[in-house]
Design a binder for this molecule. Structure first.
Ligand code: RIB
Ligand code: CA
Length: 307
């Protein structure tokens, strides 16, 4: 069994990533830790708890940070819905998280599985940064950390050069990227190029006909409306699921190792993942950056997970 910990700001694409991990027979998800991002923490908690229950998974879900380390929380209900799950009327309330703070759970779970734990982050890096601030030596105990965040190349989704997860808490991201964690970064450019679904492609998955197949498509309602309105994309993209697929199946993404630094300024200087492709800074490379993906392998894993 491979051991995973998933840190998430559970909204409509995170939920599909959770399904992918929870439905793999050879993956033991030791904990789901929730961070504020797409939606406030309390809502993200309920969305994660609901999704785990839908997968018949007994994985503990923990509450983490309700806001970035230094900045005010910026959420994204316009993208994912007021409830983060497409506002389709799901009963996303009344479930209880496990006791304990996510940052402490991350520390404990990494230490008790030292050298044999994969960390997948799907939201702002606040919880992970807090754990590393408390215990910097954690970085050497994680086998691999797959981060959905930043941009390997191309444009951002919050500013022309910043992606949401990094932009929400750039100070946390800087701490994580400079921590020595073995990072595989799957940027929004990978989602935008390899993980978009038009109506026919979405319907092909939904027609599998299981409750999970219908769930993973129906909760993208708001994201689809947003994508069509704001990104001229007739459908939706799934950044967190293709990142989870890369963690589950190493053939999904191809990587190149670069120096990546995070900017912590204001305005256009906020939350940029500066990828030093030409090694002009002379700084030690610290991130395996996804440069391409195998869409077929991703979609095959997605279909198998909901069948
Ligand atoms: O920029 C995309 C990322 O921001 C995804 O993780 C999405 O869920 C939001 O958190
Ligand atoms: Ca997310």
């Amino acid at each position: 069994m491979r051991k995973f910990i998933i840190d998430t700001d559970t909204a409509s694409d995170d939920a599909v990533a959770l399904v992918l991990a929870l439905r793999q027979p050879d993956i033991d998800v030791k904990a789901i830790t929730v961070v504020a991002g797409n939606v406030p923490l309390a809502q993200g908690l309920q969305n994660a708890l609901y999704t785990a229950e839908l997968c018949d998974a007994s994985v503990p879900v923990y509450a983490g940070c309700a806001k970035p380390l230094l900045r005010e929380l910026e959420t994204a209900e316009a993208v994912h819905g007021e409830d983060g799950m497409g506002d389709i009327g799901l009963p996303l309330c009344g479930r209880e998280p496990a006791p304990g703070h996510a940052a402490d759970v991350l520390r404990q779970a990494i230490k008790s599985n030292a050298g044999d734990i994969t960390l997948v982050t799907l939201g702002p890096l606040t919880n992970v940064a807090l754990a590393l601030l408390r215990e910097p030596e954690l970085a050497a105990k994680v086998s691999r950390c797959f981060i959905m965040g930043g941009i390997g190349t191309g444009h951002g989704n919050v500013t022309p050069t910043a992606e949401f997860n990094i932009w929400v808490d750039p100070e946390a991201a800087k701490i994580v990227y400079e921590s020595g964690l073995p990072i595989s970064m799957v940027g929004w450019d990978i989602s935008w190029q390899y993980a978009t679904f038009d109506a026919d492609q979405a319907d092909e998955i939904r027609r599998i006909g299981t409750p999970l197949a219908e769930f993973v498509i129906d909760i993208q309602k708001t994201l689809t409306e947003f994508s069509m309105r704001e990104n001229a994309l007739a459908g939706f993209d799934l950044p967190d699921p293709i990142t989870m697929a890369a963690a589950i199946d190493p053939s999904v993404c191809r990587y190149k190792r670069y120096r990546v630094d995070v900017t912590t300024g204001e305005g256009l200087a906020r939350g940029i993942t500066v990828v030093d492709r030409l090694a002009v800074t002379g700084r030690e490379p610290n991130v395996d950056v996804a440069v391409s993906a195998d869409r077929q392998a991703f979609v095959k894993l997605l279909k198998r997970s909901v069948s």
